[in-house]
Unconditional design. Structure first.
Length: 238
């Protein structure tokens, strides 16, 4: 059974949920069915954060890249839908009063690392009307944001409402105590099942990172490993 949003819905939203649950996407060896009960949720895997020399490099983040590639490969092969979001700032963004300038839109540092991208990405600026009515045939959607909290943007809540309600959201990326925390809390607040992939996240402050994971567990999130996530994704193959 498809879990429908608990509100009036437009016809195009029902079509999207139906396509996401049942549509066939190209897989490694042909067509593979999109996993209806798993959504990958990827946080801020951009050049300025992930690579040494980036404008706001997160120490150790580059060590996550092999795991991020494996998770993204699952989406490339049609085993799960991938939701990504990242920072796309103006040169004079108010956030730069708190953090050094980073991920300025249009610069190389704002681009997602190659390991985090599928071959079928819908990019969605944080602008009115930018969320497509139907992206059920895509493997990945990339939401642009200008705030730490993705759920302060125009489209995140609507997107989550249009994803299967029974889905488990597997969250990974950077930074644990900032944008990962806010994304996971936003999903939990919307009644979604959340698992944080604890070996595919990185922190700027290990103590804050530990406190964040404890907080998320208290709110109902699970902690899993990349291998457990991949096993979960493999189990969804028809």
């Amino acid at each position: 059974m498809i879990a429908l949003p608990q509100r009036p819905v437009a016809c195009h939203e029902l079509v999207f949920v139906y396509k996401l649950k049942f549509s066939l996407l190209p897989g490694e060896n042909g067509a593979g069915m999109v996993a209806s009960d798993v959504v990958l949720w990827e946080v801020d895997t951009q050049e300025d954060f992930m690579r040494p020399g980036g404008k706001l490099y997160v120490p150790g983040a580059e060590k996550l890249l092999p795991k991020i590639k494996k998770l993204t490969d699952a989406a490339r092969r049609g085993r799960a839908f991938l939701v990504s979001h990242g920072c796309y700032h103006a040169p004079d963004d108010p956030e730069f009063q708190t953090f050094p300038p980073h991920c300025v839109k249009g610069t190389p540092g704002s681009e997602p690392v190659a390991e985090a991208l599928t071959d079928s990405v819908v990019r969605v600026p944080n602008e009115a009307g930018a969320l497509p009515a139907d992206f059920g045939q895509s493997k990945q959607i990339l939401l642009e944001k200008q705030t730490l909290d993705i759920f302060e943007t125009r489209h995140a809540h609507t997107l989550v409402e249009r994803l299967p309600h029974e889905a488990e959201f597997l969250v990974f990326g950077v930074v644990t105590e900032y944008c990962v925390r806010l994304a996971a809390k936003g999903l939990l607040a919307r009644g979604r099942k959340v698992s944080v992939i604890e070996d595919a996240i990185e922190t700027l402050n290990p103590e804050e990172g530990r406190r964040t994971l404890a907080e998320l567990q208290n709110l109902g999130a699970k902690l899993i490993t990349t291998e457990q996530a991949l096993t979960r994704l493999h189990s969804n193959l028809p």
